[in-house]
Design a protein around this ligand. Structure first.
Ligand code: HEC
Length: 152
C-alpha cells in the first residue's frame, strides 16, 4: 500500500515537472503561435526563403548599378506578382491575424514600390531606404509570430 502511494506521488511529481518544463518553454518564446499544417508551413517558409534570396539579388544588383535586375528581383516579391501567381493554399488566409497582415501587406507593396522606383530612375540611396522600410516588416513580424504544427 505504502509503495503504491509512493509510486503515485512520484508519478504526480513527474507530471508536474513535465508541465513546468512545457510552461517554461512557452515563457521563453513569447511570440504568438500560429498553427499550420505541414503543407501550409512549407508554403510560408518557402516564401520566406524567397524573400532572403530576392533581397540578396537586390543588394548585389544595386551595388553593381544594375537597376533593371534589382527592379525585377523586387517585383518578383511584390503584391502584384503574388496575387497573379495565386499560389497560396486557400486554408492559409483565414489563419493570419490582422496584425500579421499589417506586416505582410505593406511589405509586398513596398517591394512593388521599390521595383517601380528603380524603373523610374530613383537613386540607389532612395532604393536602399525603401528596402530598409520593407525589411522593418520582416523584423516586426518575426518578433511577433512563430509557426507551430497543427494537431491534425
Ligand atoms: C507577416 C509575418 C512575416 C513577415 C512580414 C516576414 N516573415 Fe519571415 N517568417 C515569419 C514566421 C512566422 C517565420 C517562422 C518563425 C518561427 O516559427 O520560428 C518566418 C521565418 C522566416 C525564415 C526562415 C525560413 C525557414 O526555412 O525556416 C526566413 C529566412 C525569413 N522568415 C525571412 C524573411 C524576410 C527576409 C522577410 C522580409 C522581406 C520576412 N521573412 C518577412 C513571418 C514573417
Amino acid at each position: 500500500m505504502r509503495w503504491r502511494h509512493t509510486g503515485f506521488a512520484a508519478f504526480c511529481l513527474f507530471l508536474s515537472l513535465g508541465q513546468m518544463v512545457a510552461a517554461r518553454a512557452e515563457d521563453a518564446d513569447p511570440r504568438v503561435a500560429i498553427a499550420m499544417t505541414a503543407s501550409e508551413k512549407a508554403f510560408v517558409l518557402g516564401q520566406m526563403r524567397l524573400f532572403v534570396k530576392s533581397i540578396e539579388q537586390i543588394v548585389a544588383a544595386l551595388a553593381a548599378d544594375d537597376a533593371a535586375t534589382a527592379a525585377e528581383a523586387a517585383a518578383a516579391r511584390g503584391a502584384l506578382r503574388f496575387q497573379a501567381e495565386n499560389a497560396m493554399p486557400p486554408t492559409l488566409g483565414p489563419k493570419f491575424p490582422e496584425t500579421w497582415r499589417s506586416f505582410g501587406q505593406p511589405m509586398r507593396k513596398g517591394f512593388d514600390a521599390l521595383a517601380k522606383g528603380l524603373t523610374q530612375g530613383e537613386t540607389e540611396k532612395v532604393s536602399l531606404a525603401r528596402l530598409g522600410e520593407v525589411m522593418r516588416n520582416c523584423v516586426a513580424c518575426h518578433e511577433s509570430y512563430r509557426i507551430v504544427d497543427a494537431k491534425n
